[in-house]
Ligand binder design. Structure first.
Ligand code: HEC
Length: 362
């Protein structure tokens, strides 16, 4: 509509005028004059609507949105998903823009809201800058260790197999105490602020630590106990990681995630060898059977599940009426009895898990 025409209409009545005026305001890109933040505004949209199908594990269309370089690059089409400064040449924009009521992406789902599409377009228009804070996690290190103004909540403890050390979860770190408790012999300071589980390998040489930064990233750390050095850091998922356990041969590490999955990695390579999604709630703890063939996992919804490692197959729920569950005939159950874990529901009703450990020489 030309401006003259608009004026003519607007004179015809106040109501009509206000309707048109609103339309005009909506048509102007509301973000044009403001800098759109990738980290604060765009990333959460991608995380909520795209990352489920475009994560590194098995990305649809060979396209990954969780790494910035890949997000720009694109996937199997070999068209650049994002061309900085040029939203109209960016394949991603084409795919998220609805035709009628449907858009190509997110595939087979409701299109993004117009406001979200505008944000993404504007961010690309402004140069598609990655303003994610660099190395936020490295706030603490050996030279600059965490300080405590009050005793932290201890989420996990583990005695070394020889009974000489006690690993205690702290903030951004794991403290290695002498088992008698009278001396700290090491501070294993890592990237993750929240530590959820600490577990010595069966030979005591390594310590597995799971944790992360809540609602941002999960991490698995493998520490060399004698050297007190970080051997491996494996980033996984968008939230803290729980309940690590070693296979009896020390080759695999199983753990639980808040995306309701039970997973295991090969420690030497970091390769994921088990991924099981049969739980309906966060997976808070795991344990291998004594022969290493199965993993038992427990969830926030208080269910316990049995999974075969080799086939990644969910076998069954374990309940108090599972045949032989508490007798010696059944290998995995012995493992449960072997490690004592306390589960508590605090007064707020929010379940919390505190991992305890029994001294091997007690
Ligand atoms: C339910 C799964 C699913 C979701 C959610 C999803 N996608 Fe996709 N995406 C696919 C599949 C499958 C393909 C492969 C092409 C096809 O089948 O259409 C694809 C392809 C793409 C491609 C093309 C890659 C290339 O170069 O070939 C882009 C870009 C893309 N998606 C962006 C997005 C964005 C942005 C979102 C979120 C707003 C999203 N997708 C959400 C499944 C999904």
């Amino acid at each position: 509509m030309s401006f003259d025409k608009f004026r003519a209409y607007s004179f015809s009545g106040f109501a009509l005028c206000s309707v048109f005026f609103t339309t005009l305001i909506d048509a102007t890109p509301s973000h044009a004059d403001q800098k759109v933040s990738f980290y604060q505004q765009v990333r959460p949209i991608l995380q909520a609507h795209c990352a489920g199908c475009h994560h590194p594990r098995n990305p649809e269309g060979d396209y990954v949105v969780t790494e910035f370089v890949d997000l720009l690059k694109g996937g199997e089409s070999e068209s650049a998903a994002i061309v900085p400064g040029k939203p109209d040449e960016s394949y991603l924009v084409k795919l998220i823009t609805p035709e009628g009521n449907e858009a190509e992406m997110p595939k087979a789902k409701t299109p993004l809201a117009q406001e979200q599409i505008t944000l993404i377009r504007t961010w690309i228009q402004q140069g598609a800058v990655n303003d994610s804070p660099a190395k936020v996690e490295y706030r603490f290190n050996k030279e600059n260790p965490p300080t405590y103004s009050a005793p932290p909540v201890i989420t996990s403890l583990d005695y070394s197999p020889d009974g000489k050390l006690l690993a205690v979860a702290g903030f951004h770190e794991v403290l290695l105490h002498k088992a008698e408790g009278d001396q700290i012999v090491g501070r294993l300071i890592g990237k993750s602020q929240r530590i959820e589980s600490v577990t010595f390998s069966p030979d005591g040489k390594f310590l597995a630590v799971t944790g992360g930064t809540p609602a941002e990233r999960g991490e698995i750390q493998i520490w060399d106990v004698a050297q007190q050095s970080l051997v491996k850091s494996i980033p996984l998922t968008y939230d803290t990681i729980y309940g690590a356990s070693w296979s009896p041969d020390g080759k695999l590490l199983a753990f639980g995630c808040s995306d309701n999955t039970l997973r295991a990695v090969e420690v030497a390579t970091g390769k994921e060898i088990l991924y099981q999604g049969a739980h309906y709630d966060w997976v808070l703890d795991t344990v291998f059977s004594k022969d290493g063939s199965h993993v038992i996992s427990v969830s926030r919804d208080r269910t316990t599940k049995l999974t075969e490692v080799k086939t990644q197959r969910f076998i069954d729920n374990i309940t108090s009426i599972t045949p032989k569950a508490l007798t010696g005939d059944w290998q995995p159950s012995i493992a449960i009895l072997h490690r004592i874990r306390f589960w508590s529901v605090v007064q707020t009703g929010f379940p919390s898990c505190i991992r305890s450990s029994v001294s091997p020489i007690a």
